[in-house]
Design a protein around this ligand. Structure first.
Ligand SMILES: [Mg+2]
Length: 337
């Protein structure tokens, strides 16, 4: 019974951790790195003039994804992907903080739809728009697909890790053509899934799913993250350095807190504060870190005052994220039975 309670708590920790990191970083976005002595809090503000405790595009886009996955049996089907694209396009109409790459792709997908005589964009429109954007600019490795990948880990919790990885890659390509973004999403999703199932933090768990040369490159990147600090990965609008910054924050906190008990809350708070102190895209790096550290430590590790403050588009609060996460994970169980 205890095992089931722990597993449920870790399921709940994924989206709550994501939202907590996002809301914590919101007030510091695009500011420089901070000293370890500088306090970090749920102050709100930032580019979208957010309220204290309000989450930003990272969590809002993940919610659209979670709802679409839940609506279609927890599978990243064509229909689920189309619902995501339409949900994001709808959200983007009023959101104050749509990422540059995501915004361009969604607008291009809408225009492809109009030209094809469709009222709303489909998944195929978005994939085409993302590929076109990559071809035009030669780059599409922003962090905008990694920041929203967490729901995939819940939807595929009780399915093979290969399926979770493939789904994460597929959903990344809806807005980000670059294989770097795909691999980052696949690896992070595999790590979240593993953390929920076992309580263990192992960002290398998905490396075996990559081609050996790519796995070797990611191993080097992960090693650099562990040897460095979040501020060393200041180009964190790029998916690779966002991944490294998030893992750097988690691994530094793990190293420091390991000998102390009870350590889960301290570890989660230290990791998210470290992610924010790394500077620049603070909410996204902390959101990415939060989805993994929340998966490992569980919802009980998230401070109660943070949970009470968390809220955001589309008019949801912490209890709604709880319900969404538990729904996704239980659907995954049924899919596997
Ligand atoms: Mg954001």
């Amino acid at each position: 019974m205890q095992g089931k309670i722990d597993l449920e708590d870790r399921v709940r920790g994924v989206l709550l951790g994501l939202a907590a990191g996002d809301a914590l970083g919101a007030g510091y976005e695009f500011k420089p790195a901070m000293e370890a002595s500088e306090p970090v809090g749920m102050i709100g503000g930032g580019l979208g003039d957010f309220a204290p405790g309000e989450w930003t595009d990272d969590t809002s886009m993940a919610i659209v994804m979670a709802q679409a996955l839940a609506a279609f049996g927890g599978t990243a089907s064509e229909e689920a992907c189309t619902q995501m694209v339409q949900g994001w396009a709808d959200w983007a109409k009023t959101a104050p903080d749509v990422g540059v790459q995501t915004s361009a792709v969604l607008r291009a997908a809408e225009s492809l739809a109009r030209r094809g005589g469709r009222e709303l964009p489909t998944a195929a429109d978005a994939i085409q728009a993302a590929a076109d954007a990559h071809q035009r600019t030669g780059r599409s490795g922003g962090n905008g697909s990694l920041m929203r990948t967490a729901p995939v880990a819940l939807a595929y919790l009780h399915r093979p890790v290969e399926e979770a990885y493939t789904a994460a890659v597929k959903l990344s390509a809806l807005t980000h053509f670059d294989p770097e973004a795909a691999e980052a999403c696949g690896l992070w999703t595999a790590a979240i899934r593993h953390a929920v199932l076992t309580g263990q933090l192992d960002v290398r768990i998905g490396l075996g799913l990559l081609e050996p040369a790519r796995a070797g490159l990611w191993e080097q990147r992960i090693g650099a993250a562990e040897a460095g600090a979040p501020k060393d990965f200041g180009n964190n609008g790029w998916v690779v350095e966002a991944f490294q910054g998030a893992w750097s924050a988690i691994s530094a906190a793990t190293g420091r807190s390991a000998a102390q008990a009870p350590l889960e809350r301290q570890l989660l708070v230290e990791a998210l504060e470290a992610a924010v102190r790394g500077g620049v895209d603070t909410d996204t790096v902390a959101a990415i870190a939060g989805s993994l550290i929340g998966a490992a430590c569980g919802a009980r590790a998230i401070p109660g005052d943070w949970l009470g403050m968390l809220h955001g588009w589309p008019g949801l609060a912490a209890s709604d994220l709880d319900e969404l996460a538990l729904n996704l994970a239980s659907g995954s169980h049924m899919a596997s039975d």
